[in-house]
Design a protein around this ligand. Sequence first.
Ligand code: CS2
Length: 477
Amino acid sequence: MHDNRLTRSKTPRPGVGIVHLGLGAFYRAFGAIYVAEAMQAAGGDWGVIGVSLQSPGTRDALAPQDWAYTSVTLRPEGDLAQVIEVLDHVLVAPEDPAAVLRAMVDPAVRIVSLTVTEKGYCHAPATGALNRDHPDIIHDLAHDLPRSAPGYIVRALQLRRLAGHAPFTVLTCDNLPENGKLVRGVVLDLARLIDPALADWIAEKGRFPATMVDRITPATTQDDIARVARLTGRHDAAPVLHEDFRQWAIEDDFVGGARPDFAAAGAALVPDVTAYEHMKLRMLNGTHSALAYLGYLAGHETIAQTVADPDFAAFLRALWADEIAPVVDAPAGVSLPDYAEALFERYANPAIRHRTWQIAMDGSQKLPQRILGTLAANLDAGRAAPGLCLVVAGWMHYVAGKDEKGAAIDVKDPLAAQLRAICDAADSPADRVRGLLAVRAVFPATLAARIEGPVIAAAEDLARHGAKQAVAACAQS
Ligand code: CS2
């Protein structure tokens, strides 16, 4: 049908060295490109087997292209396309979990990387510990063929240990605080429930470097596919479109030191990423979520549209200056006002259509590290943080499922049904706030008690005046 379909070049393929779990647009626009560039610069057999943990869509789109795809950099001055050929093949986990384990157990594979989003770690967001009541964890404890990302890692490490192989390095690339420690914690918790000796072996020999990842990559749409075909003259069924900016800070702690030469591709290999991670989660992801909930409620479809609204631009700048930067310890040599200004430019990029609805997804998993930690740090310092309280109220309004015109919101969140039931049972904004603050998976009890008053005030303001006026008033105060 498409005789102008994208095809792979005849360049020889590298051997496989990485299995990547969670083959969404972000990994293909980010980690995969670093790996490809590292091999171009410094060689090595670091070809990637991609694993989709849920659906076959990406595999089905990429198979006829022999796993090549187009990466398009969206710049205000024009789009730039490049073909990426780092994927060896793609597996769909639910179709054949044993094939995924076989790939992970191959001793040539020295890294298992992950972009499975916050909820993929099966942890309790408020504490970071493994959620033993998670249906996939219950399943993975009872079966050898797993369903969850932690389950695949533990079962594959169990098989490697039995086979006498070294463990692989687990390289998490998700926006979670201390993500290396977090994934190590859930893997060890799960391993200990299966076999304490396995847990000891992983604790001793396994490596879980933390990373800070950053590149804005909206989900690819049908319009994007047509746009890429116009740009390149080729049909690609699964291109990725992203901003020019990218930043990857990686803790240099790999099993046997085995890794691609990420530094040759521009990544920063550092002894400790905490400062980078902290800054990025609070300054970028925190304000992304703020703009997503409040911007959506005000009727804005994308981040670029939201920051083009002067009331939101003023609110965003006030959030950075008054409530976020004061509780961020910047990495050495970084100026937070400059970082914020650069973020503003990135958000305003008119070439990027990043939907507020997309970023609003999974708020119950995102709020703790993006907003609530920042909020608590302000309270500890004796500051009220009205802007962050308004963001919490915005999320609460959003998960109730109706926008300001009364239209239904398609709320995507693992806790959506629970949150909705709480909202439906509430008969006022204040009641809704009290009900939602009692959700312990999101709000620790002490924080809930401290923010109840100001979040109720913000929720009432939001209900009375709407998001646009509420952010305008907040920015002026
Ligand atoms: C966004 C992130 O969807 C979201 O929640 O905040 O995906 C954001 O675009 C990236 O972290 C940028 O690096």
